[in-house]
Design a protein. Structure first.
Length: 282
């Protein structure tokens, strides 16, 4: 097995790790991941399995059901294991590069740094993440991406650009999660967009409605009411799952793994990629 360990930023790593340690920025870019591209090309110079175009032309696209093992595995001289020691944003950057390079057949592990939705989603919070990443088995999970060409690792939010009440519509497959026009003077228990996370099984995406601003600032009266009503930042009863999430509105703020898109959008779509991610998790 060929192991590449991406040390993102100043993340501490143990000494004498098996494999090759690459020092990259906290959120690596394309140039920082050239050695990852090269390793994938070395192990699989030509992919003999169906291309993305051929997969999308299939009438039933069966892989959009239960996630499956990468068909390229039987054509590799040895597996390629990529371990990201860093944040969810770092993992998103690595997955984005792998998705664009079309080598999601590589196994991917995470040693999380700081708050991590991926750690919760993959069950890494109560285990030795290094032990899992180095010795655990790869299990296929859906890879969720945006129409901006960015892979979603842990969580994303769709909100109003000014963090006020949401105006617009958010749909999960054919189910309306949010359809709302902003009102004045609402500070909590309102409609503030949605939060979505990748699932580890089909259909791929779970989303809930947000009921408070992202940067919540309550007066003392509101804090008391907040405690009395038991309201939270998210509405768990609104949970919807699907293969795609589509949103439209006059000024959307889209944040993927903590990285906010640099300008407001009028529409965005998240959907399940045509290839699954081979995630190393318990």
């Amino acid at each position: 097995m060929r192991v590449l360990i991406l040390r993102c930023g100043d993340t501490p790593v143990p000494a004498d790790l098996p494999g090759t340690v690459l020092n990259v920025p906290a959120i690596p870019g394309r140039r920082d991941l050239k050695l990852l591209d090269a390793a994938a090309a070395d192990l699989l110079p030509t992919d003999p399995t169906p291309s993305l175009d051929e997969i999308s032309a299939q009438p039933d696209v069966p892989h959009l059901g239960t996630p499956g093992r990468a068909p390229q595995a039987g054509h590799l001289p040895e597996p390629l294991r990529v371990i990201v020691a860093g944040s969810d944003a770092a993992l998103s950057a690595v997955l984005t590069r792998m998705m664009r390079g079309d080598y999601l057949w590589a196994e991917v592990g995470l040693v999380p740094v700081g708050e991590s939705s991926v750690a919760r989603n993959w069950g890494l919070e109560q285990v030795d993440a290094w032990q899992v990443a180095l010795n655990g088995a790869a299990n296929p999970v859906p890879l969720i991406r945006s129409d901006l060409g960015i892979a979603l690792a842990g969580s994303a939010t769709i909100r109003s650009w000014d963090d006020g009440e949401f105006t617009g519509e958010i749909i999960v497959d054919d189910q309306v999660l949010v359809r709302h026009e902003a009102r004045d003077g609402i500070h909590f228990n309102g409609v503030f967009g949605a939060r979505l996370v990748p699932m580890v099984d089909a259909p791929g995406i779970a989303a809930v409605r947000a009921t408070a601003p992202e940067k919540l600032s309550l007066t003392w009266r509101e804090k008391i009411a907040h405690r009395l009503t038991g309201s939270s930042l998210l509405d768990p009863d609104s949970l919807a799952t699907g293969r795609a999430v589509q949103a439209g509105g006059p000024s959307l703020a889209v944040t993927i793994d903590g990285v906010r898109h640099k300008r407001p959008l009028e529409r965005v779509t998240f959907y399940r990629h045509l290839r699954d991610l081979q995630a190393i998790r318990p």
